[in-house]
Design a protein around this ligand. Structure first.
Ligand SMILES: [Fe+2]
Length: 136
């Protein structure tokens, strides 16, 4: 089991949840298992390991840059975009609170289109997440 392997790991492990962790319908249990295994599970928080900051969020979908989905039209679209924006703000706030000179950002969803350039372009709106400062 993954938790057993993580528990025996001798180096710090930093993680974020992904969509599959939510799909199971028991995300609170997943969180508890991962945390009991000693993992730094980041959901808008940060941790500092040997002077290096780590901030993490799951992220969310919505596309990239000027082609990302806008908050327009049906309430379901606006709710979808609001979830993406909330994730991005959570990341931005975590980054501001992290006092280290070097910080690693951990995300499940791709923050920029270059991250998924090997994926078919038709799925780009799915893994995209608006990232602070992203402009293309
Ligand atoms: Fe995933």
């Amino acid at each position: 089991m993954l938790a057993d392997s993580l528990r025996s790991c001798t180096i710090p492990v930093v993680a974020v949840l992904g969509n599959h962790d939510y799909e199971c319908g028991h995300v609170d249990e997943v969180r508890a298992i991962v945390r009991r295994a000693g993992v730094h599970l980041l959901e808008g928080q940060s941790c500092i390991i040997d002077g290096v900051g780590f901030v993490g969020i799951k992220g969310f979908a919505g596309g990239f840059g000027t082609r990302m989905l806008g908050s327009f039209g049906e309430p379901a679209i606006k709710q979808f975009v609001a979830e993406t924006v909330q994730e991005a703000l959570s990341l931005e706030n975590a980054m501001r609170r992290t006092p280290t000179q070097r910080t690693v950002v951990v995300l499940h969803y791709a923050p920029i289109s270059e991250t998924i350039r090997c994926e078919p372009p038709e799925i780009f709106p799915v893994p995209g997440v608006f990232a602070p400062g992203q402009d293309d």
